[in-house]
Design a protein around this ligand. Sequence first.
Ligand code: ADP
Length: 176
Amino acid sequence: MELRVNDSKIVLVQGDITKESTDAIVNAANSGLRGGGGVDGAIHRAGGGAIMKECRAIGHCPTGRAVITTAGNLKARRVIHTVGPVYRGGGKGEAELLKSAYRASLALALENKLESVAFPAISAGIYGYPLSEAASIALTTTKMFLEEHSGIKEVRFVLFDDKTFDAFSGELKKIS
Ligand code: ADP
């Protein structure tokens, strides 16, 4: 499923982001950049120790921001590590922080001339963001960014399980 936005497109696929050959893949990291469970663990396992070495050198990333490393053994050229908010009921600025995580990641891709970027569903796993809201923020923020900036040709959302893929598909239909 896809949506064209000016010269770019937003594409939804179901799968494992570590297998993507986009210029960049985005990691749902924690602010200590220490690796962990979920997609973060999968990216470090598949990419090898070079990525963790760079993360240790960078040291920290605040919630809503993003940093970039090389991609070790992955097919992608770079990994953008962003930190989404932990969901604590919705009254702690979570929506703004989640938007900011997507915008910061896309801005880093643009700065580094990366034309295709793959995202997982940031904050929608261990961090507990309600799925349809997380999907809506991901897609509307990306659409707005692509309307305002040219240079990124494709943003792919690589969604791991059926329920996440279905939530993103439902929200993409709403904004198409
Ligand atoms: P967060 O801590 O930001 O919630 P998680 O890694 O727990 O991050 O979950 C984010 C999303 O990534 C979830 O939808 C989870 O199912 C998904 N996920 C886990 N492993 C992978 C993978 N290999 N590729 C793509 N998505 C993945």
